[in-house]
Design a protein around this ligand. Sequence first.
Ligand code: 5GP
Length: 145
Amino acid sequence: MSLDGEYDPDNLFARILRGELPCAKVYEDADVFAFMDIFPQSRGHLLVISKASHARNLLDVEPAALATLIAGVQRLARAARAALKPDGLMVSQFNGAPAGQTVFHLHFHIIPRYGHEPLPGHAEGGPANADELAALAKTIAAEVS
Ligand code: 5GP
């Protein structure tokens, strides 16, 4: 899918937001929703999405919604740092399939980095164990302030 196009209300993350599909939820407020990535590139890889905006990517999003979303990304990144004590934190975001985007509801990845541990490619991580993801979500959630 290119950079242009219509928002699909039945995309994966819209369905997770509506509770139609399960997820390991970390955080939710009026504007922002955060949950664990099921194909994590590292321990604690999470996703942060806007609840209100129907933007497919960074280019579509209303500036006010982006401001709220990026503040949420900072809040979750701080919580991941406190919970998991990584050596670094990568924040990434992809626009359009050629750039690596696979779900067309704007989202940011927060990917903790540990020492020189190699990073699998985007969307190349294996599926995570559901119980481990739930435990990680709980650990990170406890540090959200
Ligand atoms: P994108 O490739 O669009 O930047 O990111 C989409 C992310 O969603 C990928 O990192 C992928 O691992 C993750 N993902 C794909 N399917 C699911 C799912 O069913 N649940 C969750 N929690 N994450 C998913």
